[in-house]
Write a protein that binds this ligand. Sequence first.
Ligand SMILES: C[S@@+](CC[C@H](N)C(=O)[O-])C[C@H]1O[C@@H](n2cnc3c(N)ncnc32)[C@H](O)[C@@H]1O
Length: 567
Amino acid sequence: MSENIADHCTLQPTPEAGAKRMVSPEIQANKRAKIQRKQKPKQRRLKKADADETVLNTIDMILRDTWNRGNLVSQQEMPTAFGWSAGDEESEAAFCRNPPIPAKLAGAEASECEFEVYVYGLSERGIGIAMQESPEQLSELVMQGGRPWAFAVPFTLQGERAKILAVRHEWGYTQADLLHILEKSPLRIDPPCTYFGKCSGCQLQHMGYTHQVEFKRQIVERAFSQANSSFSKLPVNPVSQSPVPYGYRTKLTPHFDIRKNAPTTSVPIGFGIVGQRRVLDIEDCMIGTDAVRRGFIQARTDAQAKMPAYKRGATLLVRETNVPKDESADLSDTPATELTKSYTLDPKGWVVDVVGDLKFRYPASSFFQNNASILPAFTGYVREELLKWSHQLDAKGETGALRTLIDAYCGSGLFGIACHQGFEKVIGIEISKESISCADDNAKMNGADNVEFILGDATCIFGKVDSDPASTAVIIDPPRKGSNPEFLDQLIAYGPRVIIYIACGVPAQARDLNYMYSQGAISVDGESATNPNSKPLAVYRVSAIQPFDLFPQTYHVENIVTLVRDN
Ligand SMILES: C[S@@+](CC[C@H](N)C(=O)[O-])C[C@H]1O[C@@H](n2cnc3c(N)ncnc32)[C@H](O)[C@@H]1O
């Protein structure tokens, strides 16, 4: 708003007011400044905590790569950070807190916030990391130990040149919106979804599927080498692709906010807008299965009809389920192949998932893997790994085949039940009471009668098993934040023959494996850290790293690591 309007509206005393109290020019000036401050959004104080670590890591990686390429002679001289020496926190803070360019939300005119940039790489979340310097300029700057200012620009690809709008400064970089692509990457494709670019649900629709999975493979590689430089020697297999790159999600959770005084007739229902706290109205979501897309439309219609009754916003649940074709038939008696797809919108309802010829029943509000199309391959891989090692160990003759399987963080029993054949005993442990009771029922429904499920913290499992570790395998499938040293210490002390670590949070998985390495429990190329404990312990070799794409079009990747005990 212009200064004139502010002057006119607020600062001139009316004759009556002026008669009561004369306002000095100084007070007037102060008032004017206050009003202008209110009109101009305040620039946030930049804190490291607000920064996206994945962006900071990527900037660092790009600068190191650039330095390495230009300076093959002495790795020792490599600046540990660019623009300040290691540990010089004051200089780092001064650089990171002082964006050299204006940003829209800090009150600058839009035209002042537009830049042309070069995209040098993608963060682990698929966000382009760009700089104003051309490759030659960047190389020159970095070789001199200088640090360029970086921009995080969603929906761009490595090698592209783009026009961007700086919108918000973060610690050491600026968040920007993509205005348009000036030079296109050959990998860019037209995204099929009309909401792509605004909706925060998908990040990679502009990248062909083959390239998406290679990007995800590199993300796994990067997470491992960042956790421990020795892990960079470990090969990461090509990502196992989702049979369907769209139409795969069996669960969607559209939501809405009720804004004060806003009409309830046009409340947007959908997913968050990229970089904003507002909801984008979405009528259909292409990554949902057909049943979920039908449910999505119904959930919106129901919520719109009830909108005047909502006091606040809400999250709607849409979940695919499988039901007997004949409604009166009993689920337990109906083979998985004779179920038909439907959906539920009831968070208190039940869901049935089909994995090959297995059925899993669980509460609609609890955890289950959300891409049914890939689950036969996903669980099949774990089963094959276990059987392969069981046969190899049996053939070796020392310890014999694997006889016991522990399924830690077992949820409603997916892996324990899918892999039960070939084991004498399977024991699952899970912290959710609801899930464990479903796991019991699922074992019965699928005829897995060698399976026992225990309610409790995963760390308790080692006090409850009496099987010989030499013939035991452990599956770990913790939540995104990973496992913890308490669990891992006990796992190492127990020393099962084979460990299969399944993760949706790959950086946390790499961190956990690095913890095991630091305890001397993982060796890479025959080298391991010194065991800091007095007791001898199990030492594992990483036999396979196999990513799976459970979430095409998004940056998420699931990863399975097989560890085999070497001593
Ligand atoms: C990623 S899910 C995996 C579930 C199951 N393996 C599956 O694929 O369906 C992680 C599970 O760990 C459970 N969980 C979280 N913390 C736990 C803990 N400390 N001990 C045991 N289970 C835990 C959660 O309730 C959730 O069911």
